[in-house]
Write a protein of this length. Structure first.
Length: 84
């Protein structure tokens, strides 16, 4: 029984550590586009939207004269970055 309580406490601490920090609200803030990729989710409210991923080792776009490579979950949106 004691072991279950300890495991539950550790699980609760891990879940609490995984909760994302809320962005500060001001008249002139900018949350730029950053991805630490791997499976995506979005969260929206009346005035804010948060889109994120976790775990992809390589994300982003690369271009040269004859080829274009776009990798990662956010690749489809890489043409036009969305800043909120």
């Amino acid at each position: 029984m004691r072991r279950r309580i300890i495991l539950l406490a550790i699980l609760c601490l891990l879940l609490a550590a995984a909760v994302p920090a809320l962005a500060q609200v001001s008249a002139n803030y900018d949350l730029s586009w950053h991805v630490v990729g791997g499976g995506g989710r979005s969260a929206t409210s009346a005035g804010h939207a948060l889109m994120g991923t976790l775990g992809q080792p390589l994300t982003g776009s690369m271009f040269n004269s004859g080829h274009a490579l776009c990798s990662g979950f956010w690749c489809a949106g890489a043409v036009a970055y969305r800043v909120y």
